[in-house]
Design a protein around this ligand. Sequence first.
Ligand code: ADP
Ligand code: MG
Length: 453
Amino acid sequence: MTELEAPQQIWQAALGELEIQVSKPNYRTWLAKTIGLSYQNKEFVVGVPNTFVAEYLDKNQRSLIEKVLAGLLPDDVQVLFQVNSFHQSSPAGNGRREQPVPAQQGRLPLFNPKYTFDSFVVGNCNQFAHAVALGVAQNPGHTYNPLFIYGGAGLGKTHLLQAIGNMALSNNMNVLYVNAEQYTNELMTAIREGTTEAFRNRYRSVDMLLVDDVQFFSGKKQTGENFFHTFNELHNADHQIAITSDRPPKAITLLPERLQSRFEGGVVTDIQAPDYETRLAILQAKAKQEAMNVTEDILELIALQVKQNIRALEGSLNRVVAYARLIRTMLTPDLAARALKDIANYEPKAAPVSPALIMEAVVNSFQLTPADLKSRKRDAATALARQVAMYLIRQETDCSLDQIGEDLGGRSPATVSHAYQKIANDINNSPSLRRKIFEIQQSLNPAPNEKQL
Ligand code: ADP
Ligand code: MG
């Protein structure tokens, strides 16, 4: 093997290429949360969050993935999908085969070992956020409580939040990281199953609670109220709380007012888009960290061209490296420029998947009409189709529970959330339902164009 030693790095490069090859929703749903676990004896093991994803990738994208990997590695490989989580993966990437580990009660302990303060590049755009986050990690529960970090997508909020978590973990603190959406889903399940006491105990017994993307609580009255109490109990006990959001507390509408003012009660800081110097520094750090063989002029070229956010910046670097590998040539500035241009051309031109499109695909599959989905009909077939539509809209679009309920004939957000959970569970137990959903899903995201490889 060449400089791409660790399975994590190989997989990063593969993801860079796959991101170009498949549609955005497809990438987001099936590939974004995967990691490279091991590479040994021509067998490449990819860690995936659950069996549903494992099966989908195995059935639908195995050949594409194997082709992409073959372009990056000296040999042809067989790819295996294994349910795993960031937490248990070996950070050093020593190529050792990990034992499959059951996800902790179906939830991912999402600490990514790569998200540390050491790997976070500080620039004008994030200097203050970085300083207070570090302060929180070093002296939790005191100076800045709560810490509220906001900023646009891909600017490093999750990275900073998890850096706090990773440091707290290494200080043996009892720390819990949760995405606000996950918190909401878990609460709904707890209410339905009568296990709210256990839910409560779990969240209120920690030394530190990290909640990512709290804008998701907007409009979710019950969750907002519940979180208010969790927040208070932890805060009163001087336990640290850190929160991120894509907007400042005031701009999160439909949030219980007292929760909003709680969010403002500590330190509120933002992260801005990075300037050129910071973008270049991030690329240099990343190229070094992943032992990529990329010259300075190429990094400068990428830093000049890719401005939106840091995720896009990293993606472009991966893609440029993957591109050179795929066509098996030296990476020159000229080639990098071409790769970046091709990437721009690859940007999905297809219209994003809309709820209407999903509903249409669902009624086709169930041989119903769109009106049936919105109606009050409750026969088994219609009810199932409606739940599948709710599930898929949730998976494939950014619609809120309220919007989905509206689109499906004025159902409540709780009904939508329940349907989502139910289908997510049923999929694991019913091969025929799983197949049906695969088929609908595929009709939404037509198979990627493999001839480009
Ligand atoms: P957000 O949560 O704000 O959408 P993320 O934290 O997921 O963004 O960051 C997107 C990617 O960019 C991650 O891979 C992260 O490691 C990287 N990243 C963001 N900010 C920095 C930084 N300052 N230094 C190094 N990497 C960064
Ligand atoms: Mg994030």
